[in-house]
Design a protein around this ligand. Structure first.
Ligand SMILES: NC(=O)C1=CN([C@@H]2O[C@H](COP(=O)(O)OP(=O)(O)OC[C@H]3O[C@@H](n4cnc5c(N)ncnc54)[C@H](OP(=O)(O)O)[C@@H]3O)[C@@H](O)[C@H]2O)[C@@H](O)CC1
Ligand SMILES: [K+]
Length: 507
């Protein structure tokens, strides 16, 4: 798992580091790392470094200072470097001096012979003739989107962009992009990942992200958020051992679907069947459909007849009427961990008395999409999805999985995991039913609920990606991919589990 730290945590770590190592030394370390990555990118893209051209977009703070020093290092490797100064009077003085000493030049963004957008001819020329652009417009102190001059310059860039610390215009804390912003090919960040690199649109704008330690990493506290990686999910995914039987690997009960809408039942149950070696019980009006699709499932007509389970997954397609409410009350009273999704979230939101059925000692997982979250919380998650998920998890003493491109999972004690899918392939009808079945199956094995949700979310998004790219069938793998339905996603679940388990093998 990779840690993710807030801008305040990083600033605190920087201050502790400065007590040992002077600030200018730390900045040059950061810049050196940026220059190294830029040289690699230039070499990959043009076949060399010396003689190439780099433009620096330099803002008013230390982020611009990093870019200027990186320019100085590149200049010493024979690169032609021009710094475009967005706020000349606030340019990092030592960085500018360093660049000039190395033979680089600096021009104001809004200089002489400006065009109709106010961009000076030299600035325009520097950006348009560059082989690579370094984004040092703004870093950890960023607020809001790019301002007009920076936005116009960025709009003109047709070559790869390396962002210093984070892509400018992206909110460092939330990853929100509310206007013009840099879309980087590569982001070189310092000390550790920040939320903008892994959350929402910010993750897409960051491109590939490289973390340079520069001495800060050792000073960082426990991370605010953790990012799941395939190897860890693969290592922890439950598989049967020599001493296991169908009961010891966990029995999950699925309460989903209706006679009119059996699809949710078939999808959630199928996910549970394929997730683990444990037994799957189904309870509900779609028992015949489930049995004919998944003969290994023990299917009954009602939750009362289901028999013993170690966890319940409840909600998809149960409806909002009396029978759905009864089913939800039954599983909440069972004393077993419960994953409540879809209709059960709506019932819990609309009828507070449902909460009275809950066994306070049994973990509860809620898996809302943004609309269900708004019903549950009284307002939508807003831009800061981590804060929103954490707040609602604490309020309901539940594990809250907030669906989205970046799925955010918050525990009631404040821990947060994120799964960064970067693609929207799982956004298809019935996809949530598959996720619910996966979570239920993992809960039944006894995996801690936060991790159960995280592992399920990871395998779920990977299954969608594999299915979308045709990586599960006999045909050729497609780079571009195609939309998929939930059935294809479901069929790809075993492929995704194999892939994460392979990622965990020693290399
Ligand atoms: N200290 C060190 O040695 C190290 C620091 N490090 C580096 O320092 C960076 C943080 O630097 P920082 O704190 O100086 O601020 P920075 O992010 O450059 O912003 C500057 C000013 O920009 C402005 N601004 C705000 N939003 C804006 C927008 N949307 N568009 C345009 N402008 C906007 C705002 O000023 P305003 O105009 O609002 O008064 C703000 O004050 C960090 O990310 C890392 O790169 C690393 O080298 C490690 C060692
Ligand atoms: K930047």
């Amino acid at each position: 798992m990779q840690g993710v730290w807030t801008p305040d945590q990083v600033r605190g770590a920087e201050q502790r580091l400065f007590a040992r190592t002077p600030e200018p030394v730390v900045m040059r370390r950061a810049a050196y790392a940026v220059a190294g990555q830029c040289a690699r990118a230039l070499s990959d893209q043009t076949g060399g470094v010396a003689g190439r051209r780099v433009a620096l977009l330099v803002g008013a703070g230390n982020n611009g200072g990093d870019a200027l020093w990186a320019g100085a290092f590149l200049r010493r490797r024979g690169v032609g470097v021009t710094a475009v100064l967005l706020v000349p009077e606030k340019t990092h003085a030592a960085g500018l001096e360093g660049l000039r000493r190395a033979g680089g030049r600096a021009v104001p963004a809004e200089g002489a012979n400006a065009d109709t957008s106010g961009i000076g001819a030299e600035a325009s020329d520097a950006v348009e003739r560059a082989d690579l652009v370094i984004d040092g417009i703004v870093g950890l102190s960023a607020r809001g989107p790019l301002r007009p001059t920076a936005a116009e310059l960025v709009r003109r860039v047709l070559v790869p962009i390396v962002a210093v610390d984070l892509p400018s215009g992206v909110d460092p804390m939330t990853g929100a992009v509310e206007g013009p912003a840099v879309t980087a090919d590569l982001t070189v960040t310092f000390g550790g990942l920040k939320p903008c690199h892994v959350l929402g649109t910010g993750a897409v704008h960051s491109g590939e992200v490289t973390v340079a330690g520069i001495g800060i990493t050792e000073e960082l506290p426990a991370p605010e958020v953790s990012l799941l990686d395939a190897a860890e999910v693969g290592e922890e995914w439950p598989i049967p051992g020599p001493a296991d039987d169908k009961y010891s690997t966990g029995v999950v009960g699925i309460a989903a679907g209706s006679a009119t809408y059996p699809g949710a039942a078939v999808l959630a149950t199928g996910a549970a069947v394929q997730a683990t070696a444990g037994m799957v019980r189904y309870a509900g009006p779609a028992a015949d459909d489930v049995r004919s699709r998944w003969p290994e499932v023990v299917a009954t007509g009602s939750v009362g007849d289901a028999g013993r389970v170690q966890a319940w997954a409840v909600g998809p397609g149960i409806g909002l009427g009396a029978s759905g409410r009864e089913v939800l009350r039954f599983v909440l009273e069972s004393g077993r961990p419960v994953c409540a999704d879809a209709d059960s979230i709506t019932i819990l939101s609309d009828d507070e008395t449902t909460w009275d059925s809950r066994d306070p000692d049994a973990p509860l997982v809620l898996t809302p999409h943004a609309g269900e979250f708004a019903r549950l919380a009284g307002e939508g998650p807003g831009m800061d999805r981590v804060a929103a998920a954490r707040e609602v998890a604490a309020r309901y003493d539940a594990f809250l999985l907030l669906k989205g491109n970046t799925t955010v999972i918050a525990a009631p004690d404040g821990r947060v995991l994120v799964n960064d899918a970067r693609q929207a392939w799982p956004a298809t009808a019935g996809s949530g039913d598959v996720l619910t079945g996966l979570i239920g199956a993992l809960l039944a094995t006894g995996i801690e609920p936060l991790r159960a949700c995280g592992y399920a979310a990871h395998v779920h998004s990977l299954a969608a990606e594999l299915a979308a790219h045709g990586a599960t069938g006999d045909g050729p793998r497609s780079e571009a991919g195609a939309p998929i339905g939930a059935s294809a996603l479901l069929a790809a679940v075993p492929h995704a589990i194999r892939a994460v388990r392979d990622a965990a093998l020693p290399s």
